[in-house]
Design a protein around this ligand. Structure first.
Ligand code: SF4
Ligand code: SF4
Length: 229
């Protein structure tokens, strides 16, 4: 049995789940929800590469899955379904965000590991017995999605930087921008030959060993910029 099957879903209660633009687009489209129904925005303490601006100041924000009180009064993800006996299940499992798909795995120097110090029951996860190829695929895709999102945010921020405070944009303006740009991006990946897409995924963010000129992932990001301009 996979560790999650008998778990209370502590991860869905204790953590705040960061969202990227692909997550917003997927949940909004597949669950037929308006972004404001499942997103909370949080002001960043320090600007990250995926913090979006609403005006020309330096203040940046991130997107987080909204929470609500559960039957025990504790905060939990909006989408957590309570089955009784404390057992929780994801109510949007096929559409869940990238952060939830890869939790609790991470890639370190190319190797998959399960994080220490997490809320999962002790010993729940170990590398032996897990389908590492499937985890790798999820992790590589997550890296790509967040990399694409950083480009989408940068383009938005360039526009927001020209917005006077008196004309401050709203979170809803940002959600509208995301849904429109990810609609444009939806065909980009489908149009790539499978081997080129695999090259993009496999070496996302890596320059070493790349042939002269742009690496596959850099060429892909150029297409992203052109599509969302
Ligand atoms: S990821 Fe960990 S805390 Fe979350 S449901 Fe699975 S075992 Fe439980
Ligand atoms: S989207 Fe699903 S898996 Fe992710 S925190 Fe919410 S209930 Fe848990």
């Amino acid at each position: 049995m996979r560790p999650c099957e008998g778990c209370v879903g502590e991860c869905c209660r204790q953590y705040f789940v960061s969202l990227n633009g692909q997550d917003v687009s997927t949940i909004a489209t597949e669950m037929r929800l308006a972004p404001e129904q499942f997103i909370t925005i949080a002001q960043e303490q320090e600007a990250t590469g995926v913090g979006f601006k609403l005006d020309a100041t330096k203040t940046t924000f991130s997107l987080v899955l909204a929470k609500r009180p559960g039957s025990d009064g504790r905060q939990q993800c909006n989408f957590l379904m309570e089955l009784g006996n404390g057992i929780g299940r994801c109510g949007i499992y096929p559409s869940r965000p990238s952060a939830c798909r890869v939790f609790p795995a991470q890639l370190r120097h190319g190797a998959i590991e399960f994080r220490d110090g997490i809320v999962c029951p002790k010993g729940a996860w170990n590398v032996a017995g897990n389908d590492l190829a499937a985890w790798r695929s999820l992790l590589l895709r997550s890296h790509m999605e967040w990399g694409v999102y950083a480009t989408v945010v940068r383009c938005w921020n360039a526009q927001a930087a020209r917005t006077p405070r008196a004309e401050m944009r709203t979170p809803n303006d940002y959600y509208t921008y995301l849904l429109d740009r990810y609609e444009r991006l939806s065909t980009l990946e489908r149009d790539l030959p499978p081997d080129e897409l695999q090259a993009v995924l496999d070496r996302w963010g890596q320059r070493d060993g790349a042939p002269a000129g742009k690496a596959p992932w850099e060429r892909f990001l150029t297409k992203v910029e052109q599509a969302i301009a």
